[in-house]
Structures are given as C-alpha cells and as structure tokens.
Design a protein around this ligand. Structure first.
Ligand code: GLU
Length: 367
C-alpha cells in the first residue's frame, strides 16, 4: 500500500466526530482530519469528503427530547449549514456541498450527473462535501447511513481508496467495547459471513451507522476495486500513519478483478423496480452470464417497471439470481409471459430482442 499512488480518495467522517457533545459542531476532532485532507491535496491526491452530522449538529436548536421524524428532518436542515461552515473554515480552498438521496444515485442519468459534478469540482480544486439530504428523504428513497453512501460515492468518483473514520481502531473479532481480549484485524482479504458476524449490530450513539454498515460499505467499495480502510478518526496518529503509507486500522483488500462500472452500479447502488421470476431449475444461463433471458423462460412478473429499469431475476423458490437492466416494461413482459401462443412471443422478441441481454446482467451470489 502506498498513499502516494492513489489519485483520488473518499474519506467518511461520522456525526460523533463532528458534533461530539450535543452542542452543535466542534472542530476539535476535525482539525487532524482537515490537515490530512490538506496534505493529501498537496501530494496530488484528490479528496472527496462524505460528512455526516447534520442531525447531530442541529439537535441542540430544538427543545423536543424525543424528536419525531419531522423534527429530525428539521434538525438536519438547521445542522447542515453549521456542519458545512465548520468544515469550510478549516480550509483555504473552497468547499462545495452535494446533498443526495438514494433516488439520485439509483437513477442512471442522475448518477452520471452526480459523477460529472464531483469530477468538475475536483478538477477546479474544490473539496466536495457530501451528505444524504435527510430533509427530503423518505424510507423508500434514502440510503439511510453514510457508510453505504460513502461507498456509493467512492464508486461514482472512481476513487482508489475509501477511508471510513470510526470510533474504534478498526474491525475487531469481538466487540472491543465489551471484550478486553478483542483482537484487531488489520487485513481482510474477503468479506464473508464470518466478517459480518464479527461486526455485530449498530453501535454508534449519535449516527445511524455501526460496524455492520461499515462492512457493507467495504464490500461495495472493494468489489469496485477500491482499497477500503476503517480507522480511528479520533486520533491523528491514524492519519499520520496513512500519510506514511502504513495501515492504522483494518485494510480491506480490493477485488483483483473489479466489476465493470455499470454492473457494479446495478448491483450495489441501483434498486430493483420489479422482479422477474423464472423456474426453479433455471440456472445455467444466468450463472454463466453468457446467455440472454427470453420471455418464454419467465414464470411471473412482479412490480411496475419501465424499459431500462433495473429488475431482480429470481427463482420461484426465492433464490436471487441477478440484477439486470430490462429491455421490456413490466406491462409488456407480463403479457408475453402469459401468452400461450409461443410463436407470437417469439415473433415479438425477434423484433424487440431479449428481455435482458448478457451485457446488462450482474449475477448475484446465491442468497
Ligand atoms: N445523514 C445523517 C446526518 O447527517 C447521518 C447518517 C449517518 O450517521 O450515517 O446526520
């Protein structure tokens, strides 16, 4: 690992670092992070910051002890400006705010637009500061935590590394808050169920993330070929070590063969708008991802999707096979799947092409 070979990094900073004592933002822990960002830029590494903290920063302005969702959204609106101002005064180059929801990222056109904005800001020497737009999100439209958001941003920004700041030194084999003999894992070559089991549930008091969402983020980012680190954001030592090319926490190995950009987006960022159900013995075609799915192979169509939307292909028994771009609307596909006249279906497809083509299938691990 060598920081100086990276061209672009994403650093994710959580609410506990930004608004640590419930009285609005504090630059106490941010100074070390800001110095790291400045140093990276001096070394020619472009930096994108994903910063939480709007809700935590705005909370002290409201009297409600048990805030409703509507009050939390108002806290986010009020706290976001404080959070941006706190970062902005730490730099002598401009910061630029980007507020996103999942709806922006799962729509391919909007995703490309976000990508272009990030690149334009970086090319003009600015520091993009990204957060979820909590004020306008709803349950179905939100990412929900900034760990996963930071991985989606890292993929969108074609980053070489994602550095997630935590309140502990990295991933431990047991919860370090409750186990004295917990061991830090400095290197993870593959994220599997054992790694998720070590992460346990959410632990952070102020943010919405925990170790589990950090592992999810690491999985998303490493499959895009992005080196991912969980480091202790409360100590400057972490950042000094990174600058020396050393690993201060847990380093997750990027896939040697990263997924293609549009397939990664389909798997990890886009949301399936509907489902296409195939017979239980349907296997080989999608496993090999070398064939195309035709309407004759479909048992049922669920949901409401348009041409170009992402769909989930699953077997009748629930096994998820793939996410894919549909060349048909759900309406036409339901009609074709119900057709008894196979010649008619075939003729339609000869005209329109397969339901999904082999270039637009992201095969999922069996689940
Ligand atoms: N977007 C939330 C905020 O700014 C934080 C989400 C998280 O903690 O991961 O308060």
């Amino acid at each position: 690992m060598n920081l100086f070979n990276w061209k672009r990094i994403v650093i994710k900073v959580g609410s506990a670092l930004i608004a640590p004592n419930g009285k609005g933002c504090s630059s106490h822990y941010l100074l070390g992070i800001a110095q790291f960002i400045v140093r990276c830029r001096e070394l020619g590494v472009q930096v994108v910051l994903v910063s939480s903290g709007s809700v935590a920063a705005g909370a002290h302005l409201f009297s409600q002890k048990e805030p409703t969702l509507a009050i939390k959204k108002a806290m986010a609106a009020a706290g976001q400006t404080d959070m941006m101002a706190t970062w902005d005064k730490l730099f002598d180059f401009p910061t630029a705010q980007i507020l996103l929801t999942h709806a922006d990222l799962r729509n391919r056109d909007r995703y490309i637009s976000v990508r272009q904005t990030i690149f334009s800001l970086l090319d003009n020497g600015m520091l993009p500061v990204i957060n979820e737009n909590d004020t306008v999100t709803t349950d179905t439209l939100k990412v929900g935590d900034n760990d996963n958001l930071s991985a989606m941003v890292a993929a969108a920004a074609d980053a070489d590394a994602l550095i997630i700041c935590s309140d502990v030194d990295g991933l431990y084999d047991k919860n370090p808050h409750t186990n004295d003999n917990a061991q830090l894992l400095s290197w993870v070559s593959k994220i599997d169920e054992k790694i998720y089991a070590m992460a346990g549930g959410a632990t952070s008091q102020v943010g919405t993330g925990g170790m589990k969402t950090k592992i999810e983020a690491a999985e998303k980012a490493t499959s895009h070929g992005i080196n991912t680190f969980i480091v202790n954001g409360f100590t400057e030592l972490s950042f000094n070590m990174l600058l020396e090319g050393k690993n201060p926490g847990t380093h997750f190995q990027p896939y040697e063969e990263p997924m293609q950009e549009h397939l990664h987006w389909m798997t990890h960022t886009s949301k399936a708008q509907g489902e296409v159900i195939v017979e239980n013995d349907f296997n080989t075609a999608l496993d090999a991802a070398s064939e195309e799915l035709t309407a004759q192979e479909i048992v049922k169509v669920e949901g409401d999707f348009a041409v170009g939307d992402t769909i989930l292909v699953r077997k009748d028994d629930g096994t998820k096979l793939a996410k894919a771009k549909s060349n048909y609307s759900s309406c036409l596909l339901s009609f074709l799947a119900d057709q008894q006249d196979k010649d008619f279906t075939q003729k339609m497809q000869n005209k329109t092409g397969p339901v999904i083509s082999d270039k637009n299938i992201a095969v999922l691990e069996a689940s």
